[in-house]
Design a protein around this ligand. Structure first.
Ligand code: NAD
Length: 282
């Protein structure tokens, strides 16, 4: 039976450190602030934004949510982002995705000053990550690395398999695992014989958005299974792993909810502190 990795507990530890860091900066007269831009009224985005706001408040980070209707024009967002880039009290800027249809997501993300890009989505930050010299870390993959470290199991030399190749999870996860000296393979919808590949993984990261995609017979005995999937089925949350059959085989597994999710927000808080520290050093 797998050991369950308690994401809430690991996140609480990170949050404690961030809270102390925020307090130390405040003593030096430096404020730490996160501004979130939310366009439209997607209910899931509303939940995520409120969670981020609560986390900021708990850690002493000034939180601002700027809301726009779904038909907001790109020019309005552009003007606001430029204003926030120039505002020294704003350490981090986050544009909640997905943006309403008709807005050019890539163009808008690129308007954020890379030093304030706490989601690590801007091309410059993605490039620095690929070069192995990231300034800010991609939140969900960085949270997964912390969860692996919390088990005390090594990453170096291990075979890691990632299921999913999105810009938000799969691709940045590849870079972080590679930098931690794992041998990494990335799978996706066109991968042939997925189970054959996942069965070779000492570390299996799943980010496909398909409830129950990975079953126990697809997992190597003793593997670490990190499940980023968040799937709502009949009002209940499920990961991408079939929890019961996978936890019979794996050595460690993250639950959904309570695994990767809390770490994503904790890493966002940590990035906001990192950005504030870097700005105060300038
Ligand atoms: P996405 O839809 O952008 O990408 C999914 C990826 O999975 C794609 O690359 C696709 O090729 C791959 N995939 C889908 N079905 C597959 C299959 N049957 N076999 C192999 N590969 C398959 O999704 P995303 O943004 O990367 O998110 C993935 C999941 O992680 C979602 O459930 C999302 O809600 C969740 N997520 C969680 C957090 C968190 O904080 N815990 C953060 C981001 C995303």
């Amino acid at each position: 039976m797998a050991i369950i990795i308690d994401g809430k507990a690991v996140a609480a530890k990170v949050n404690e450190d961030v809270k102390a860091g925020v307090a130390a900066l405040k003593q030096k007269g430096v404020s730490v602030g996160l501004t979130v831009i939310l366009a439209g009224n997607d209910p899931a985005s509303e939940v995520y934004v409120n969670n981020k706001h609560r986390a900021c408040t708990d850690l002493g980070i000034k939180s601002e949510i700027i809301r726009y209707p779904a038909d907001v024009g790109g020019a309005v967002l552009e003007a606001k982002i430029k204003e926030l880039n120039a505002d020294a009290s704003v350490s981090g800027i986050l544009v909640q995705l997905p943006l309403p249809k008709g807005l050019d997501e890539r163009r808008i993300l690129e308007l954020i000053d890379p030093a304030k890009d706490v989601d690590c989505f801007a091309a410059k930050n993605v490039g620095m990550l690929a070069l192995g010299a990231p300034k800010l870390l991609p939140c969900t993959p960085a949270g997964i690395i912390e969860l692996i470290k919390s088990t005390g199991q090594p990453i170096a030399g291990k075979r890691a398999v990632i299921v999913g190749r999105s810009n938000i999870v799969g691709k940045p996860m590849f870079h972080l695992l590679l930098q931690a000296d794992a041998t990494v393979m990335v799978c996706h919808t066109k991968t042939v014989n997925l189970a054959e590949i996942t069965r070779t993984a000492d570390i299996l990261v799943i980010a496909a958005g398909r409830p129950g995609l990975i079953t126990g017979d697809m997992v190597k005995p003793g593997a670490l299974v990190l499940d980023a999937g968040i799937n709502r089925v009949d009002g209940k949350l499920y990961g991408d792993a079939d929890f019961d059959s996978v936890s019979d085989v794996a050595g460690y597994i993250t639950p959904v909810p309570g695994g990767v999710g809390p770490m994503t927000i904790a890493m966002l808080m940590r990035n906001t502190l990192t950005a504030a520290c870097a700005a105060s050093d300038n």
